[in-house]
Design a protein around this ligand. Structure first.
Ligand SMILES: [Zn+2]
Ligand SMILES: [Zn+2]
Length: 336
């Protein structure tokens, strides 16, 4: 891994770049050097890219947290995010290996390299599972050769939190206030169900002010006809997620089951099923669904967090202990 330089500008709270001139950032395997911040890559939790901006969050060994947001003006957002995550994950894996070596347990070291973002995930001491989750690019990767061809396009939706096939969606509200007019423009990554809801809202709003009508109709058509390209393995996923949005939990369960009959080891689908059951008040079956999700993918953090919260709330200490022993110790996302 070599030194990498990119140009950036800090952004304000609205995500807009500040200042006339770009600054130069230097990323080495050990450090991220910005104008004001010097961050050890080993302390970086993750970098995340949204449109042109990057947010980097970190936590130092004395648990001091920090973050920085900037706009990449040269070097490419995706490239910068991928490199930061790759460098920080390699440092953490290296640290784990040295710790195990010091304890005379180097043979227990096990890692996995994400084929989508080249981050390395430490799996030492974890059992084998049919899927592995990359926390940096939020992709569940099936380890066998019969993986759904489009699985790399599924993530959790920014809007509703369900496992889905989100897309970047731009909302445009054009409004007239007596003599003043303006518009609100926002881009988010959301699933088809959320996209349809947003598209209808946008159309209803813009109908009053004809200027915005054409983009509204384009987005609405996209959300219905151009949006969903789910492969056979996930064909029922949008309908199942839509049923959750409509609080029709039995219908959602039935549809999630249909996907799981074809692909029993889909941690994201088990996770959605768990959320549907939880929202429907069926806590016992929700616990089963989140556990099934973790059996399918031993490091799927969303299911672990959900399961831990439920068991803490219900005071089921014995079960909570077992779950923690089996799945805790994921060190890339610090517990609050
Ligand atoms: Zn990845
Ligand atoms: Zn959504």
């Amino acid at each position: 891994m070599e030194e990498f330089k990119f140009k950036y500008k800090y952004v304000n709270d609205q995500g807009q770049p500040e200042g006339l001139f770009s600054k130069t950032a230097v990323l080495t395997p050990e450090m991220l050097l910005l104008d004001v911040e010097r961050v050890s890559t080993i302390d970086i939790i993750a970098a995340d890219g949204h449109q042109h901006n990057v947010v980097v969050a970190w936590q130092t060994p004395n648990r001091a947290k920090g973050h920085v947001a900037f706009r990449v003006t040269r070097g490419g957002v995706k490239n910068v995010v991928r490199r930061i995550n790759s460098y920080c994950s390699h440092q953490k894996a290296k640290r784990r290996y040295s710790q195990l070596q010091e304890d005379g347990k180097a043979d227990q070291y096990r890692d996995w390299h994400c084929p989508h973002c080249s981050s390395v995930i430490d799996l030492s001491g974890r059992e084998q599972s049919p899927q592995i989750w990359c926390p940096y690019c939020d992709i569940l990767v099936t380890q066998s050769s019969d993986a759904p061809r489009d699985e790399a396009t599924y993530h959790t939706c920014d809007q509703c939190g369900l496992y889905a096939q989100p897309k970047t969606f731009t909302t445009l509200y054009i409004y007239f206030l007596l003599v003043v007019w303006g518009f609100q423009y926002e881009t988010r990554r959301m699933c088809n169900v959320c996209m349809r809801r947003e598209a209808w809202k946008m159309l209803a709003f813009n109908f009053l002010f004809v200027v915005g009508l054409v983009p509204s109709i384009v987005q609405l058509m996209r959300s219905y006809f151009g949006g969903s390209k789910l492969s056979g393995a996930f064909r029922e996923l949008d309908s199942a997620n839509a049923a959750v949005h409509k609080h029709n939990y039995p219908a959602a369960s039935e549809l999630y089951f249909r996907i799981l009959e074809k692909q029993p080891s889909q941690a994201g689908v088990h996770y959605n099923h768990g959320l549907a059951l939880l929202e429907g008040g069926d806590i016992e079956h929700a616990v089963e669904a989140f556990s099934a999700s973790l059996s399918a993918c031993v490091n799927y953090e969303p299911s672990y967090v959900a399961l831990e919260r439920i068991l803490s709330n219900t005071g089921d200490e014995a079960r909570l202990d077992r779950i923690r022993q089996r799945y805790d110790g994921i060190d890339y996302v610090p517990s609050e």
